[in-house]
Design a binder for this molecule. Structure first.
Ligand code: DOR
Length: 444
């Protein structure tokens, strides 16, 4: 058969549902048209991928891109630039912007701001509040909506629903899997006096493991009571891993690269407030517990929780310093370094960053390298050693907690729906991002 393709990715090691093997991929109209040996076929462009691994596009299901309202830290253009430079093909963005993404107008505004500016595909969470409960069933089904996100402990921004009664009302009306920031607000308030001025090592003492576990237990109980599904974001404790193992029917969960890479107190001693996140990075013991969750399949997805703040904001003395660090651009290289160190397999990395998000959020035509699916690829060089630097980071915040860290394994290409968006560190095709399509939001 003498086929013609727009693009052929030639002789890359393709990692997909079929295992790992050297194959060609033919792309037509932004979709994968054929996988195999396409030596006889013609193409508008043939890209030599020999020696490189072609992964299904990495989806980062938790980022904060700060637009509108907080654009001194980041905006949708700079955030998505950082994403594609790091090999990320789609992001789910969080609602704690200003105004908060809690109305149809605010949601539509974000979608409109993203078209022709964002470099990767995108979806937005809608914030669940006491005030918008009745609107959530409609809002969560808007095209481009990743679902409802609720903060049950306060973090950056004004979103907070801390009591079971209000949470129950939200659970009762929604249908899709909702995502939660799980730290118990009552316990956080009680423990505030434990913060030590100028000492971020006291951050995980204040926001302790019990606050995280209590919140996660409350959410699982509410999910069972109401027959709904929850997604617990950024797991930070070994106790939550063991607890969630017994509740996988109602609860999925996320791990972040920083909770898998850093440990207290060393990270606070070395990085100060740059390591300050909510929920906090904890002791090596908890880090080992989260790795156990990765090994055992308990963790469903990786999210970077990319939460940029300017260095000026971060230089305030703890606890006046805001919580959050950049991460969307470093997710792939850091995790490939963990792959090279033998901490997880490449197949498990793909499961966590493409198949996992697709399964949890019912994403249409993304999450695997299969004919008919979007031609989203993260192309990586597993042998390449590089040093992560602030200069490399495209986020407006301009810094990474991993400045100076040497890793093995590097993203060299980002394809979004057949377009070569990033290649060898250059932004090749800007501003062509589109909303991610979900099975529960597709409209005729
Ligand atoms: O540390 C954090 N920062 N955790 C969050 O949940 C929010 C985020 C932010 O938006 O800054």
């Amino acid at each position: 058969m003498n086929q013609h393709f727009d693009t052929i990715l030639k002789s890359g090691t393709v990692v997909n549902q079929d295992g790992e093997g050297v194959r060609d991929i033919g792309v037509v109209g932004g979709r994968i048209a054929a996988i195999g040996s396409l030596g006889q076929a013609s193409a508008g462009e043939v890209i030599d991928c020999k020696g490189l691994h072609i992964l299904p596009g990495v989806m980062d299901t938790q980022v904060h891109f700060r637009e509108p309202g907080l654009t001194q830290k980041e905006d949708l253009e700079t955030g998505s630039r950082s994403a594609v430079m790091g090999g990320v093909t789609a992001v789910f963005e969080m609602p704690n912007t200003n105004p908060l993404t809690v109305t149809e107008a605010a949601f539509t505004d974000k979608i409109n701001r993203s078209r022709h500016r964002m470099h990767c595909d995108f979806a937005f969470f809608i914030g669940g509040t006491r005030e918008n409960v009745q609107d959530l069933p409609e809002l969560e089904r808007a095209p481009g909506c990743a679902g409802v996100k609720v903060f049950i402990g306060s973090s950056t921004g004004a979103l907070l629903v801390e009591d079971d009664e209000s949470l129950r009302r939200i659970f009762q009306v929604i249908r899709r899997r909702a995502a939660f920031h799980a730290e118990d607000e009552y316990r956080l308030n009680e423990r505030k006096p434990l913060r030590i001025e100028g000492d971020p090592r006291s951050h995980p003492v204040w926001r302790d493991e019990t606050a995280a576990l209590m919140a996660t237990e409350r959410l699982v109980n509410l999910a069972r009571e109401t027959g709904k599904r929850i997604h617990v974001l950024h797991i930070s404790t070994k106790e939550e891993i063991l607890y969630l193992r017994d509740h996988k029917d109602v609860a999925s969960c996320e791990a972040t690269p920083h909770h898998l890479t850093m440990a207290a107190p060393e990270c606070y001693e070395r990085l100060g407030t740059l390591a300050q996140m909510n929920p906090p990075v904890r002791s090596a013991d908890h880090r080992a517990g989260i790795w156990y969750g990765v090994e055992q399949g308990i963790i469903d997805v990786l999210g970077s929780d990319h939460a940029p703040h300017t260095l000026e904001e971060k230089s305030k003395a703890y606890p006046a310093s805001p919580s959050g660090m950049t991460g969307v651009q470093t997710l792939v290289p850091l995790m490939l370094d963990h792959v090279n160190a033998g901490r997880l397999s490449l197949a498990r990395f793909v499961d966590l960053t493409s198949a996992g998000p697709a399964r949890l959020f019912n994403i249409a035509c993304k999450g695997r390298i299969a004919a008919g699916y979007d031609a989203d690829f993260t192309i990586v060089d597993l042998k390449r050693s590089e040093t992560i630097t602030n200069k490399w980071v495209a986020s407006r915040a301009g810094w990474t907690p991993y400045d100076g860290v040497r890793v093995q394994g590097w993203p060299v290409g980002t394809f979004v729906r057949g377009k070569r968006v990033m290649w060898q560190g250059e932004l090749a095709t800007p501003s062509t991002g589109e909303p991610v399509r979900f099975l529960e939001t597709l409209r005729p």
